[in-house]
Design a protein around this ligand. Structure first.
Ligand code: C2E
Ligand code: MG
Ligand code: MG
Ligand code: MG
Length: 290
């Protein structure tokens, strides 16, 4: 009986494994076709500076509308795209689309904003990557200083990859470390890495009201940013209390549902024009201009 039991659980395990790799294979095939089938879409989440009282930038976030499964989160398909090698073409598509969109917005707003694009470390393995980025900037007409690339902390980054990042920085592109504080390597990283900004991970923000340790982490990370003369932005801010704590402790740049959720390009435009109306509010209160 024991043998039979272990046998059946073994085959059950095998079936599960086969199912998983089959559905993964299938997902991978769909993912390869997603670009051609127009299933990918970019949404945008505004970033706010609470002290300046305005939107300072927008992060591009990828969405995949799968024909049968509906929207699939990038957290689920980006790792697959990295594994099957489609991240290069998908990443390039996002970068081109986001730069083009921001360039279009520049013509409608008083102050040009920056666009942040997430980068997979794998994209840096392509030795032509830096040239591709240069070409995309030329093609879309976006100035490099309005582009920011977000790269998730990765302790295993190789010299060639760091070199590519330095070249991007050399072009005038800003580089930010995404999900900062969630890996062991955070500090040594900042020495080797041509960083301009750190993004305080949302896991710490989550505990602002409940967890002393999260509050301590936030203060420590803000102090690290100050010591290294880096900008800092907090991610995943959902409440006024969280925003209040961050601003009081020196992190005035905020991204999160409290201000804006990720939205389509069409939905962003009124926000940016709202920004323009704020700018012009003085015309109403002081029409004579003095
Ligand atoms: P991320 O770059 O850290 O992006 C922030 C994530 O937090 C986004 O999830 C965003 O929608 C979500 N978020 C923003 N504000 C809040 C909030 O107040 N509360 C909560 N609970 N969540 C919030 P999303 O869009 O699902 O993206 C997940 C991750 O997928 C991103 O994390 C990024 O690492 C990756 N990703 C997204 N787009 C791309 C892309 O074009 N290329 C690459 N390589 N990775 C991407
Ligand atoms: Mg990001
Ligand atoms: Mg990330
Ligand atoms: Mg993050």
């Amino acid at each position: 009986i024991a043998k039979k039991e272990s046998g059946s659980s073994y085959s059950f395990f095998n079936q599960q494994m086969a199912m998983n790799s089959l559905s993964k294979l299938e997902m991978g095939n769909h993912l390869r076709q997603s670009l051609d089938r127009n299933e990918l879409e970019i949404v945008y989440q505004p970033q706010v500076d609470c002290l300046l009282g305005k939107i300072i930038g927008v992060e591009a976030l990828l969405r995949w509308k799968h024909t049968t499964k509906g929207y699939i989160s990038p957290a689920d398909f980006i790792p697959l795209a990295e594994e099957i090698g489609t991240i290069a073409s998908i990443g390039e598509w996002v970068l081109r689309g986001a730069c083009k969109q921001m360039k279009a917005w520049h013509s409608t707003t008083v102050e040009p904003l920056a666009i942040s694009v997430n980068l997979s470390v794998k994209q840096l393995n392509d030795e032509r990557f830096v040239d591709k980025v240069k070409q995309i900037l030329e093609e879309t007409g976006l100035e490099a200083k309005y582009l920011e690339m977000e790269i998730t902390e990765n302790f295993a980054m190789q010299d060639e990859q760091l070199d590519a990042l330095s070249k991007l920085r050399g072009l005038g592109i800003a580089i930010s470390v995404d999900d900062f504080g969630t890996h062991y390597s955070s500090l040594s990283y900042l020495k080797r890495f041509p960083v301009t900004k750190i993004k305080l991970d949302q896991s710490f923000v989550r505990g602002v009201q409940t967890d002393d340790k999260d509050r301590a982490m936030i203060k420590a990370i803000i102090s690290v940013a100050n010591s290294f003369q880096l900008q800092i932005i907090a991610e995943g801010v959902e409440t006024e209390e969280q925003a209040g704590f961050l601003v009081a402790n020196g992190c005035s740049q905020i991204q999160g549902y409290y201000f804006y959720r990720p939205m389509t390009a069409e939905q962003v435009l009124p926000m940016l024009q709202g920004c323009l109306q704020n700018k012009l509010a003085f015309l109403e209160s002081n029409p004579a201009g003095h």
